[in-house]
Design a protein around this ligand. Structure first.
Ligand SMILES: Cc1cc2nc3c(=O)[nH]c(=O)nc-3n(C[C@H](O)[C@H](O)[C@H](O)COP(=O)(O)O)c2cc1C
Length: 192
């Protein structure tokens, strides 16, 4: 995919990419993407995040096995759209695990906790797409997050909000497709 500098085009072309070439993503680029992530907003500017950059083949294999089990269970009866475009994580150049600190008061993450990590993930993915890199936000691992946390050594008090496979796309992808704004916009009050 080509790099993009125009912001409107960037939003249109940021989309789920789940298959990559075997070209490496260098560490300087990863750090630029994580810098974009850490400029994201968070509640009270708490910046409650850590990012695990997984390149090690053995770790990727362990994560991939758990994810494939979760995927098989989730889609036991019906394959998701574009399932054929998916690569196992063993073949993905980099996996970025976005972790968020859970509130000490409840020890659990909820919608507000998520609101302090997913904007950072989106920043990361937009910065990636701007450079011609592909990525996809995944959360399916969360049904098996105890296993994922064990593999990665994620301590209590932290949650793995997303795992983002990242790499140079296997092919070019067109823009994402969304219905017109008129279908989702309301004026002043909720209306059908
Ligand atoms: C909260 C959330 C969870 C997601 N979880 C997964 C996932 O576990 N696995 C996956 O392959 N894609 C996952 N996705 C990616 C969506 O399937 C993708 O964003 C959506 O289909 C739109 O794709 P497009 O932008 O290419 O049109 C997730 C996206 C979001 C926002």
């Amino acid at each position: 995919m080509q790099p993009i500098t125009d912001v409107a085009e960037l939003f249109r072309h940021q989309r789920a990419v789940r298959a990559f070439s075997d070209r490496e993503v260098d560490q300087a680029t990863i750090e630029e993407l994580l810098t974009a992530a850490t400029h994201g907003p968070s509640g009270s500017n708490s910046q409650p995040w850590r990012f695990i950059v997984v390149r090690d083949a053995a770790v990727k294999a362990q994560l991939s096995e758990v994810y494939e089990t979760a995927f098989g269970e989730a889609y036991a009866t019906r394959a998701p759209a574009r399932a054929a475009d998916r690569q196992p994580w063993t073949e993905v150049p980099v996996l970025i695990v976005a972790c968020v600190q859970v509130p000490a008061s409840t020890g659990r993450s909820g919608i507000q906790t998520g609101a302090s990590i997913y904007p950072a993930c989106q920043n990361l993915m937009l910065a990636a797409r701007a450079r011609g890199l592909g990525s996809v936000l995944t959360t399916l691992h969360r049904v098996k997050r105890a296993e994922i946390h064990e593999i990665l050594g994620i301590p209590d008090g932290w949650d793995s909000a997303a795992i983002i496979p990242l790499g140079w796309p296997d092919r070019s992808y067109g823009p994402n497709r969304r219905p017109p704004v008129s279908e989702v916009m309301m004026l002043d009050r909720w209306s059908e």
